[in-house]
Design a protein around this ligand. Structure first.
Ligand SMILES: [Zn+2]
Length: 117
């Protein structure tokens, strides 16, 4: 059995879009030079898409300028939804980065406080 719990439907109009672990996906085909890429099938909306597309949305490796833009929006006080919309980054990714940023800011704050006279 292939583990598809890390994938989600990539059809934005599908009720399961962006939700992982629903068991709605199955491997319907293999493609690529060595047939090592899987083509996934959503049984809810009957869409097919490649597994590469399924991972890119949740890949935390955003381009640097994108990360910076997300962080800037958060620092300016934009909410998660607003930031996600403005930067065209997935909401969950924004949440993840905002948590990281929160931690970082706190460390920075503690450092500054401990060094101030
Ligand atoms: Zn679907």
């Amino acid at each position: 059995m292939s583990d598809l719990s890390n994938f989600c439907c990539q059809n934005e109009s599908c009720p399961s879009y962006g939700q992982r672990g629903l068991g709605n996906l199955s491997v319907c085909d293999y493609y690529g030079k060595n047939k090592d890429r899987r083509l996934l099938y959503c049984r809810i909306c009957k869409a097919r898409f490649s597994e590469r597309k399924g991972t890119s949305l949740f890949n935390s490796r955003l381009p640097d300028e994108k990360v910076e833009s997300v962080l800037n929006h958060i620092q300016e006080g934009c909410g998660v939804r607003k930031t996600a919309r403005l930067t065209k980054v997935d909401k969950n990714t924004v949440i993840r980065y905002s948590k990281l940023e929160g931690k970082h800011s706190k460390n920075l704050h503690d450092e500054l406080v401990s060094f101030s006279p």
